[in-house]
Design a protein around this ligand. Structure first.
Ligand code: NAI
Length: 595
């Protein structure tokens, strides 16, 4: 990997609270400002690779945290590194480099710990457009996380506590007086570059810089001034007032993934991403980080910039479900048309990041374009046949690597098939089961598996149908496929409940979509099939129940974690009858419709 230091950067010194901060800037100052905050033991140079990549498109700002790199240290050191003082520093830097526009924050390790403070205290409101966090939790959230596990211990929770406790060994060490300073200024300081290369696989280049022993010695006060106090008495109002992108390296030796399990309660607009990497991602994965940071900045440049300094602008309209789905990654199958398209757009309106999947490539692209216009934080189109297991697996690999683990999966793709059982061939059966049932199985297994593995919850919606509990002599294959989807959803719901993953089966009645035009009719010739398709399209058109209403029900089902959701009056009626008076439905099932 080539080494691109900060040599081309414009450097200046900014005075604040009795110290001088060394600030470096790259890129065009007229572009959106991205502020990169380094961790421990580090200086701003940890970001050099990421900064060089981002500078092609943004105004990139880095500063040495007080006492680190070429920033001066407070005197005395004790009490000079509190989060309050670090917030003063950030605001001074932000005012100097971007006085009129809010900045996009990015923090790694202790840089992220600080940024959480900036993103959750009132006095920074309007100054931050977005925050990308990696490998550094909020001490307040961490404090509550510990308290919750101590107050209601279960074997699993105790395991989580012990797991994180073991990973925090260095924090206890850093609380001992003098010894850490001696170690860093002595042998540890000399060994550190080799340790980083061997253990963390950080490439051998001009990082870390010569200031390392001093950075590490001063930085011990970051821990001493804040950790014990905050963990003992965490703030109860530490809610993020900015959208947050959380990047979790899965091989982090210092932080457990479980730490972020409760984060949704603190961050209304949360985007989660996982990265197969160790702790020092700014050095080991600069390409991926630059890509994700740039995407997040792009997605939030318009919105928050509009809100920022909004002294005269009217309060922006709150979109329904925005708090619940803003920034979430939502994947919808069969998104090119009908219910799937409406669902993708409803999630987009709520500010989600949407992956529109369909075997109809152009239709998927159209939905993704509309999703962007509707307000999606981001939207992509993917062409996949959901009945093709390998294609779904490939899709999951791509989505996980490029966009993250899916938070909400909507298995909606489906096809219609009408006609009596005795006229339905094995091929007809195979076709309908392949899409309507196997498509759902592949989605649940492949995406649901990754959701479960991530361990941060999620939701799966399977679009079944009223046909799942409404027998008819005209839809034996279709109804069987949908009944199977309903039962699969119920079983999976039971299995995944313990992992915080909800499963909903949504059962629409007659909805005015394109399904009638493409549904097949078994046992008739092509001309008759066309005639029947036209006739049922007319009937569905007369009924005229809009797919947007089903989409609304889907979002509600996720928000409320509902198990089975009949949509449309006829579907609700059939559901009640199927339980109270199934004989009535059986009698209806015998009627032969005239098509
Ligand atoms: P639609 O025909 O308007 O949309 C279905 C979409 O799924 C199309 O874009 C199609 O290209 C896509 N698709 C079909 N097979 C696929 C495959 N193998 N891989 C990827 N994409 C595929 O139909 P609609 O009505 O929006 O249907 C959505 C779901 O709702 C289906 O599961 C359907 O069974 C179900 N449903 C529909 C009802 C209705 O009255 N329209 C009633 C009850 C359930």
């Amino acid at each position: 990997m080539s080494v691109r230091g900060l040599s081309g950067a414009r450097e200046r010194r900014i005075r604040t609270g009795g110290i001088e901060l060394c600030v470096a800037e790259l890129g065009d100052a007229a572009r959106p400002t991205v502020v990169l905050v380094h961790g421990y033991p580090d200086s701003k140079e940890v970001w050099s690779e990421v900064a060089a990549r981002l500078a092609e498109r943004f105004h990139v700002v880095l500063y040495d945290v007080r006492g680190h790199g070429r920033s001066t240290a407070p005197k005395p050191l004790r009490g000079g590194f509190t989060l309050e003082k670090l917030t003063d520093d950030f605001l001074t830097v932000a005012d100097a480099v971007s006085p009129d526009r809010p900045v996009h924050l990015v923090g790694h390790d202790w840089g992220s710990v600080q940024c959480w403070e900036f993103a959750t205290v009132g006095r920074t409101e309007g100054r931050i457009a977005s925050f990308t966090s990696m490998s550094g939790p909020s001490l307040d959230h961490f404090g509550h996380w510990i308290k919750r596990r101590m107050s209601r211990p279960t074997p699993r929770r105790l395991g989580q506590l012990l797991g994180q406790g073991a990973k925090s060994w260095y924090v206890y060490m850093l609380h001992t007086p003098v010894l850490p300073e001696l170690a860093w200024r002595g042998p540890l300081g000399k060994l550190w570059p080799r340790i980083l290369q061997r253990v963390e696989k950080v490439p051998a280049d001009d990082y870390p810089t010569a200031s390392l022993p001093q950075d590490a010695a001063h930085g011990a006060w970051l821990y001493r001034d804040n950790v014990r106090a905050r963990l003992r008495r965490p703030r109860t109002d530490a809610h993020a007032h900015v959208p947050v992108q959380l990047i979790t390296p899965t091989g982090d030796a210092f932080l457990s993934e479980r730490l972020h399990d409760d984060l949704g309660a603190w961050v209304p607009r949360l985007t989660r991403r996982t990265l197969d990497a160790k702790h020092w991602v700014p050095r080991t994965r600069p390409d991926q980080l630059a890509l994700w940071i740039a995407g997040f900045v792009d997605a939030h440049e318009e919105g928050p910039a509009r809100h920022a300094g909004a002294t005269t602008a009217a309060e922006p309209r709150r979109r329904p479900f925005e708090e619940r789905f803003g920034g979430r990654l939502v994947l919808v199958t069969g998104a090119a048309s009908g219910i799937g398209r409406a669902t993708a757009l409803a999630f987009a309106e709520a500010g989600a990041r949407v992956v529109a999947v369909d075997r109809d490539a152009q239709g998927a692209v159209r939905t993704a374009e509309s999703a962007r216009l509707a307000g999606a934080a981001a939207a992509w189109a993917e062409t996949v046949d959901v009945s093709d297991e390998q294609a779904v697996e490939k899709l999951a690999q791509k989505v996980t690597t490029e966009y993250g683990t899916v938070d909400v999966l909507v298995n909606n793709a489906g096809i219609g098939l009408s006609g009596p059982f005795l006229a339905t061939t094995s091929d007809d059966w195979r076709q309908v089961l392949d899409v309507n049932l196997w498509g759902v199985i592949h989605g649940c297994r492949i995406f649901g598996g990754r959701m479960a593995e991530r361990g941060q919850g999620g939701h799966i919606v399977n679009v079944a149908s009223a046909a799942a509990y409404l027998p008819t002599r005209t839809l034996p294959a279709y109804s069987t496929s949908k009944a199977a989807v309903l039962m699969l959803s119920e079983c999976l719901r039971a299995e995944l409940a313990g992992r915080d993953i909800g499963v909903s089966a949504v059962c629409p009645g007659i909805v005015n979509t394109n399904i009638t035009a493409t549904a097949r009719f078994a046992g008739v010739d092509e001309i008759e099939e066309k005639r029947r398709q036209k006739k049922s399209a007319r009937l569905y058109g007369l009924r005229n129940y809009p797919p947007e209403k089903v989409a609304e029900a889907i979002l509600r089902a996720v928000a409320r974690n509902q198990a089975v959701v009949p949509v449309t009056p006829e579907s609700r009626g059939a559901r009640v009858l199927s339980r109270l008076a199934p004989g009535v439905l059986r009698a209806f099932a015998r009627i032969e419709p005239r098509l």
